[in-house]
Design a binder for this molecule. Structure first.
Ligand code: PLP
Length: 479
């Protein structure tokens, strides 16, 4: 007969009754403390209930949970037995195969800036501004939808596609749900677009969105970087020369708040780029991630609204709603949707419907519009605060762009300041900046760094920008 496992239940607050979760923890702890206990029996429900002075239901619920976790096995008419723990470290070590040579080395920066006190390099939004509770309500609600647990659609959850098409129409873009492809963040939209290309060549801004650039390179695309300066705008004759020489099949551009410069295209620039795309000819992939962050929902026409349905359009909810929701979308047309859905299907079959359904409900209830209004007002406050702090504290010779809102701007440093040295000096104040070196094609033609003001709290901004200014001053005095 197998021995019984001794279960000592601890309750963390005196006077609180024993819950089934306490029993679950007690069994798991007891099993861990006694490595030889695999096969031990758990006390019968009525005996443990009596021992602990709780109802049989409480113990039965705990045992069900332990079975669901695979910690115990129920053997009909014999009892419930602890499963054996498998310790991978106990397994004999076989000589592993060599590292595959075809994998390129990682270019990801080593070490995480997240451990630092204030990170001024992020384009994320302060989590305190994000509507976690309302989203939780939507998650609970969709879990009860019939059929939701088994359904997925390679193109994305249809009600969400309808809701997105409706939102996009409000931005002056005629759109139908059949043309919307839901993606895992807009990053997957980029991935799908470049994997579906027949002619593997693309052009983008220089400096570029770094993980977009890296993605294109990893997909084996020929990538042309089109240099621009956020203080001067786009040198269209220079772009035209480069594009005519490179003849990329696609031009990937960010309409508002380009990462890393914070630059937004003027309507005139957009119109001239569209004309150029027709002449070359090349397709356009528009990244409109910034539009929902425009102060007070200011309207700036997207390239897709100006240029028609051949412009591939992408946007995302990740930054503005919740990073963890990881939902973006791509807007195609009759000719392109099939190949793009296929490119998505072969990579993921379909994305998590539950997540998509929760977002769909969030949009349907009108929560997103209310959230955006508040978010835009908060972002505007932070933008204004950031400008005021820069004006107040930055030494002469430092310049910054004024993107009008959104999450980031570009700071230009006097040439004598060594950015890497400045970064190191700031680390001792627990402040992180990023020179965006991974965004440039070749030697950077801009000397400075991006400043993200949406992620730090106003207090952190008020504390870190004067320190940043003093560190720049100290670097200037070194030379
Ligand atoms: C300009 C731009 N586009 C696309 C992305 C991808 O973001 P996500 O996949 O979270 O939508 C980012 C991420 O920072 C970005 O900065």
């Amino acid at each position: 007969m197998n021995p019984y496992l001794r279960v000592n239940v601890e309750v963390d607050q005196p006077g609180r009754g024993v819950r089934s979760s306490d029993i679950v923890l007690a069994v798991l702890r007891a099993a861990k403390r006694q490595p030889q206990s695999a096969g031990f029996r758990l006390p019968p429900v009525r005996i443990l209930a009596h021992q602990l002075g709780v109802s049989k239901n409480t113990v039965a619920a705990a045992y069900d949970e332990l079975i669901a976790r695979g910690a115990v096995d129920s053997v009909p008419r014999r009892g419930i037995f602890l499963c054996g723990a498998s310790h991978p470290s106990d397994a004999p070590r076989a000589a592993g195969p060599p590292n595959p040579r075809f994998l390129a080395p990682s270019m990801a920066p080593q070490g995480s800036a997240a451990k630092l006190g204030v990170d001024l390099s992020r384009v994320f939004i302060d989590p305190a501004l994000l509507p976690r509770d309302q989203l939780a309500v939507c998650f609970r609600s969709v879990l009860r939808l019939p059929g939701i647990h088994t359904f997925y659609d390679a193109q994305g959850y249809p009600p969400l596609r309808y809701a997105i098409a409706e939102r996009v129409r409000r931005r002056g873009i005629p759109a139908r749900a059949e043309h919307v492809i839901i993606t895992t963040g807009s990053q997957q939209a980029l991935d799908i677009a470049c994997r579906a290309l027949v002619d593997k060549s693309i052009a983008t801004e220089n400096p570029a969105y770094a993980l977009g650039k890296r993605l294109f390179e990893m997909n084996g695309l020929r990538v042309t970087g089109l240099a621009f300066d956020p203080f001067q705008g786009i040198d269209l004759p220079a772009w035209s020369r480069q594009l005519r020489a490179a003849k990329p099949s696609l031009l990937y551009l960010t309409t508002n708040f380009q990462n890393p410069t914070g630059y937004s295209l003027s309507t005139e620039e957009s119109a001239r780029i569209l004309a150029l795309a027709n002449e070359i000819p090349m397709g356009i992939l528009e990244d409109d991630w910034g539009s929902d962050m425009l102060p007070f929902s200011e309207y700036r026409p997207p390239l897709r609204a100006l240029g028609g349905s051949n412009v591939l359009y992408m946007n995302s909810f990740t930054k503005k709603l919740l990073p963890a929701i990881r939902i973006g979308y791509l807007l195609a047309n009759d000719q392109t949707v099939g190949a793009l859905v296929e490119a998505k299907r072969v990579s993921t079959l379909g994305n998590p419907t539950l997540m998509e359904a929760a977002l769909s409900e969030f949009l349907d209830r009108g929560y997103y519009d209310v959230h955006l209004k508040r978010l835009q007002a908060s972002l505007d406050e932070r933008y204004q605060l950031c400008l005021q702090l820069l004006r107040q504290h930055m030494p002469d010779g430092v310049q910054w762009t004024t993107p009008g809102g959104g999450p980031l701007l570009w700071v230009k440093l006097p040439s004598q300041v060594d950015v890497t040295h400045l970064q190191r000096r700031l680390r001792s104040h627990r402040i992180n900046i990023d020179s965006s070196s991974a965004s440039f094609f070749g030697t950077p033609h801009l000397h400075g760094f991006k400043l993200g003001y949406a992620f730090p709290t106003p207090r952190e901004l008020g504390d870190s920008i004067p320190k940043l200014a003093r560190a720049i001053q100290a670097e200037m005095e070194l030379s």
